[in-house]
Ligand binder design. Structure first.
Ligand code: GLN
Length: 460
């Protein structure tokens, strides 16, 4: 289901009919638990305004979904936590505002790992989302709900956030396209912060052109997010011919599922057949990427989550006697186990006794990783490899072992730490019928080139 299909339906019927149909599909697929709240009333009102000609734009009447860590009107913004269970956003995220300015209509808020901490959507305080291809398996995460309802054609596109893989990995697990743009390409304003130095805003869709259109609308400078850049994203008509591509061999070891390696290798052959050169390259710092990520990200999380103290907004524990008890009980009740684990790790690595040994070392190692990427991009247009070492795993399979869960992120966190654009593109299916994605990683601001290449390969 593409944006163009939807636009044709709107022309043939009405925006209201199309939005109603999307909402109906969301209800019919309730068993996937991809949505936390619909924004039905507001969506239908907007659809009527499109039909009355009061709202126009490139996406007039096109329904979409947003991950529930984006501030958006029409339903609470919960971040899938109890902390924000009844939180009504006082404003909308810039990304949502920009899409609405083009007439797109948000029909609901999708499930995620609470505060986006996770890679399976099992850390949601409201229960996990199920995989679009096998309901006994995870959706991936943390943007699991957005990926699954894009895959099931409930909406033509959905928004997610990617701090260490949360768009790319669920895209791979559900057979859709997902992009994590260059850090700073899309405003983070109004998206609940996880790790401010790697948070990015991106989208899921079933074809590359739709992703390009949505990213084109969302990108650009925002005075309310000082890390945004002036708009460099411009959709390319064609992919550059004869590109030089590096296959990251550190991601193609025996530890990686053979089905995953096979599909990536097949994709490499298709790239070669299309006239591109693919050579194996090595990214030795990749071995340390997880260690770096799981120091820096919890550090930033512990700082960003400090604001949820039971006083300013959100959940507040009842019948407490002291201020310390208010903070303690509120945070205990409002956060899930994974949130607490990260707050504790983050506070530890930032503490005066361990700051030099962990946080500072991790920042230095991060620079070494960035340097390695830069060196590779001096000779290669882009790098490719798998998105994750496995296909979607069984619900509950990794929940008791946080390290095992973190290991799933090994291939997505390097691009995040370096602020690089990376996309996940469907590359086929495992022998058991589960989707497998291939990841493209490019130099900063090469987002449009990565997408153009992916588009040129869609029919191959
Ligand atoms: N799975 C990664 C983590 O748990 C990525 C999360 C994300 O990108 N939001 O940190």
């Amino acid at each position: 289901m593409t944006i163009t299909d939807i636009q044709n339906q709107i022309k043939a019927t009405s925006a209201r009919a199309v939005v109603e149909n999307s909402i109906k599909l969301a209800r019919e697929n309730e068993q996937y638990h991809a949505i936390l709240n619909l924004t039905e009333e507001r969506a239908l009102k907007l659809a009527d305004e499109v039909d009355a000609g009061k709202i126009t734009g490139k996406l007039a009447g096109v329904p979409f979904l947003v991950k529930d860590n984006f501030l958006a009107f029409g339903a609470p913004t919960t971040a899938a936590s109890k902390m924000l269970e009844k939180f009504d956003a006082p404003l909308q995220a810039t990304a949502v505002e920009k899409l609405e300015a083009e007439g797109a209509i948000c029909i609901g808020k999708t499930n995620l790992d609470a505060f986006a901490h996770g890679g399976s959507t099992e850390n949601s305080a409201y229960g996990p989302t199920k995989n679009a291809y096998d309901q006994s398996r995870v959706s991936g995460g943390s943007s699991g709900g957005s990926a699954v309802f894009t895959a099931l054609n409930v909406v033509p596109f959905a928004l997610g956030s990617d701090t260490g893989g949360s768009i790319r990995q669920p895209a791979s697990f559900n057979g859709v396209i997902g992009i994590k743009p260059t850090y700073g390409m899309v405003s983070r304003y109004g998206v609940i912060a996880m790790a401010s130095s790697t948070d990015t805003i991106g989208a899921f869709a079933t074809n590359v052109s739709d992703v390009e259109m949505v990213m084109d609308i969302m990108s650009g400078l925002d005075p309310r997010d000082m890390t945004t850049m002036s708009d460099f994203f411009q959709v390319k008509t064609d992919a550059k011919p004869g590109q030089k591509i590096g296959l990251i061999k550190d991601f193609m070891t025996d530890d990686v599922d053979s089905d995953v390696r096979a599909k990536v290798n097949e994709y490499v052959e298709k790239l070669r057949a299309a006239g591109h050169t693919v050579e194996e390259v090595s990214l030795p710092m990749a071995e340390y990427a997880l260690a770096i990520y799981y120091i820096i990200v919890p550090a930033e999380i512990s700082s960003n989550l400090a604001r949820f103290d039971g006083i300013r907004y959100g959940h507040r524990a009842e019948s407490v006697k002291t201020l310390a008890e208010l903070y303690g009980r509120t945070r205990d009740e409002g956060f899930v186990t994974e949130n607490k684990r990260r707050i504790m790790i983050g506070s530890y690595v930032l503490s005066s006794g361990f700051f030099d040994a962990y946080y500072l070392q991790a920042q230095k190692a991060r620079t070494l990783l960035i340097n390695e990427f830069n060196k590779l991009f001096a000779s290669y247009d882009l790098l490719i490899g798998p998105v994750a070492p496995t296909t979607a795993f069984k619900l509950g399979e990794n929940t008791s072992d946080p390290i095992k869960m973190y290991l799933e992120d090994i291939m997505t966190v390097p691009a995040s730490l370096a602020g690089l654009p990376a996309i996940s593109v469907p590359a086929g299916f495992s022998q058991t019928g589960l989707p497998i994605g291939v990841q493209f990683i490019g130099p900063r601001q090469s987002d449009a080139d990565l997408l153009a290449l992916a588009r040129s390969m869609e029919t191959k």
